[in-house]
Design a protein around this ligand. Sequence first.
Ligand code: NAP
Length: 300
Amino acid sequence: MLTGMQIAVFGGDARQLEIIRQLTEHDAKLSLIGFEQLDHAFSGATKEKIDEIDFSAQDAIILPVRGTDLEGHIDTIFSSEKITLKKEMLEELPPHAIIFSGISNPYLDEITKETNRRLVKLFERDDVAIYNSIPTVEGTIMMVIQHTDFTIHGSNVAVLGLGRVGVTVARTFQALGAKVSVGARKSEHKARIIEMGLTAFDLNDLEANVKDVDICINTIPAQIVTASVISKMPAHTLIIDLASKPGGTDFRYAEKRGVKALLAPSLPGIVAPKTAGQIQASVLIKLLREDMKKREENQS
Ligand code: NAP
């Protein structure tokens, strides 16, 4: 249980609702910021405005997956209010307070570093990233079906990157009957791709490996699907870019060439917010319990 814990949960999307539900079930006391348009009420949770929050009383702050933008603004679909996380707010937190986010950016890194606060990036954890890759791939399949007039079965699919998302993408499209090739730069990744029964290619040879590709799925958060690569693709190729914003595709050139290229962020929050929220909540509760136990031990 999280009895006695005071946590501020900030905006976001439907994933936060599952997190709120589970934290209140574990008896934590919650302040909800950026939820005033949400009809549902949770017992043990109070909707508040950011300037009403007593930051000195919070044991933890839970931000949406994206954290903040580069100016500190927090996205929320449940409010029209502008919510900005400022350094002064973090300064008020007690020293033990933890700030949870999915990913980070230079703004969030800087304000947490300058205030000497602990920032936990949940999506850097392998367990969260691997579980989260499941709804990500289900969302990718949905997008591919919506934006093509041919079957996945029998299509040439190029997956770029063999990280936690890339493995699940490659394996799932293979299971759907696609001819999957995977681009990687590490020799151990190429060995794994071959072990999986797929075709491996070096990312240095990307241009040569997209000549007959029907669907290209990028998971690499770096400019990799360049104008030169896109110029080698057939005009009907669909590019789905899963990498975090701004993605790894030259979208301007793709549009100019008439190749459909879609940046597809936050798919778990779109196709399976309940499951995605459960994935985050289970790790959050584990980490909060560990922190609580450590503080109790230090006090005794
Ligand atoms: P990951 O495990 O770190 O994998 C990233 C992959 O990209 C690795 O194969 C890595 O190869 C490769 N890579 C990174 N930089 C590279 C570069 N400069 N050149 C060539 N290869 C490079 O990350 P992940 O968990 O799979 O996530 C991948 C991306 O998807 C992230 O941007 C993440 O935020 C995003 N994501 C999006 C969604 C969505 O809904 N759209 C959902 C989940 C995650 P090396 O090992 O050789 O470095």
